[in-house]
Design a protein around this ligand. Structure first.
Ligand code: SF4
Ligand code: SF4
Length: 359
């Protein structure tokens, strides 16, 4: 069963309601079962032998975006995603995970990504930096990846993209916890990146950047290059005058802080710098920066599209309460989720494409 550490967190959360108002899944489903507290209670009951780990309990553990909004708000330092991930490991090991989850895992085993698709080649063999595209941008939002590479070219940066880019391990970790298969993927990925010998790896998807920067070292597979988020890298190119935008007024927009930039990196300024350079006048949604509400993840969209689309619609509702008509994002997973339910009269903007229009 789950570790003592995870159980300790579950035991504390089961009595507590303090972060329930921040859970985007609870908001959109209205289910008590989807509060962090309820998931802690389920595991507590399991450890006391008063409940069985069955398919319903497993399903509840997957109705979570692992967005860390609860963790960020917890003044006592407890972490629901810690026990939720471990419960997912149990679900997979005991063949209780939802069929759609198992399909994603099978796709990873067969193709290296949750889509079971072949990643396209970006035909880039430059010598300054390696750009890690990630499976979501490669398979589902390739225009964002191409726009990013065009920006680097305009800035005079010679970029390389691995032809057979290995998975970072991020998707598998969300599906079945931090198991050996995830560290195996991480090692292969780090080896491929290190083999390029390039000094910098720019990571397009902040979810990939998070696992690389915050977990690889503890697994003994540190990336030798400096790992930089794509947003921070382009913001620096703007600051250094390598990209010089023409003045163009595009109206009011609000930046969506994705889960990892918001809560793992606390990186807020670069995406706003890019948005301003692209011509937007910025306003803010109520839940912003560290408190930003999740709009869903690509993996959750794959195994539970209905709930994830509702979560994305919750983020659109936040935008609708501002004067802005444009949701601005530089994250492929956020773009993919938000694109499922764009309200009439609103626009979803990929900031790399928008910046390309003015530089
Ligand atoms: S994470 Fe913290 S605030 Fe949320 S339920 Fe657990 S103990 Fe309470
Ligand atoms: S990680 Fe996010 S979705 Fe999951 S319980 Fe916490 S707030 Fe809810």
């Amino acid at each position: 069963m789950v570790s003592q550490k995870a159980l300790q967190h579950a035991e504390k959360c089961r009595f507590c309601w303090m972060c329930r108002h921040l859970c985007p899944v609870q908001h959109q489903t209205g289910k008590e079962l989807n509060t962090p507290r309820a998931k802690g209670l389920l595991l507590s009951m399991l450890s006391k032998g008063t409940a069985e780990f069955d398919k319903d309990m497993a399903k509840a553990m997957y109705e979570c975006m692992l967005c860390d909004a609860c963790v960020n708000d917890c003044c006592t330092g407890y972490q629901p995603p810690l026990f939720i991930r471990e419960a997912r490991t149990e679900a997979v090991v005991n063949d209780l995970a939802p069929a759609a989850v198992m399909q994603c895992i099978e796709n990873i085993e067969n193709s290296g990504n949750i889509y079971g698709a072949e990643k396209p080649s970006f035909g880039q063999d430059g010598t300054d930096v390696l750009v890690y595209i990630g499976e979501v941008a490669a398979c589902k939002v390739p225009e964002m990846a191409k726009a990013y590479l065009r920006l680097l070219k305009k800035a005079g940066v010679s970029a390389k993209v691995l032809d057979c880019e290995p998975a970072s391990g991020m998707m598998l970790a969300d599906l079945m916890g931090y198991v050996q298969e995830v560290t195996d993927q991480a090692k292969s990925c780090a080896d491929a990146i290190n083999a390029t010998g390039l000094p910098t790896v720019v990571v397009l998807d902040s979810y990939d950047a998070e696992i690389m920067k915050q977990h690889y070292a503890e697994w003994g597979c540190e990336i030798k290059a400096e790992v930089v988020t794509a947003t921070a890298y382009v913001a620096k190119l703007l600051e250094d005058g390598k990209l010089t935008p023409k003045a163009e007024a595009k109206g009011a927009g609000a930046c969506h802080d994705d889960d990892r930039l918001a809560r793992s990196f606390h990186e807020f300024a670069p995406v706003r710098d890019i948005a301003k350079a692209a011509g937007y006048t910025l306003t803010e949604m109520f839940n912003k920066e560290r408190l930003a509400k999740s709009c869903g993840t690509a993996v959750a969209l794959s195994y539970m599209p209905g709930i994830t689309t509702k979560v994305a619609s919750g983020r659109w509702a936040d935008l609708c309460r501002t004067e802005a008509k444009a949701m601005l994002t530089a994250n492929p997973q956020a773009y993919l989720c938000l694109s499922q339910c764009v309200p009439e009269g609103m626009t979803l903007v990929d900031l790399y494409t928008a910046l390309n229009e003015v530089v």
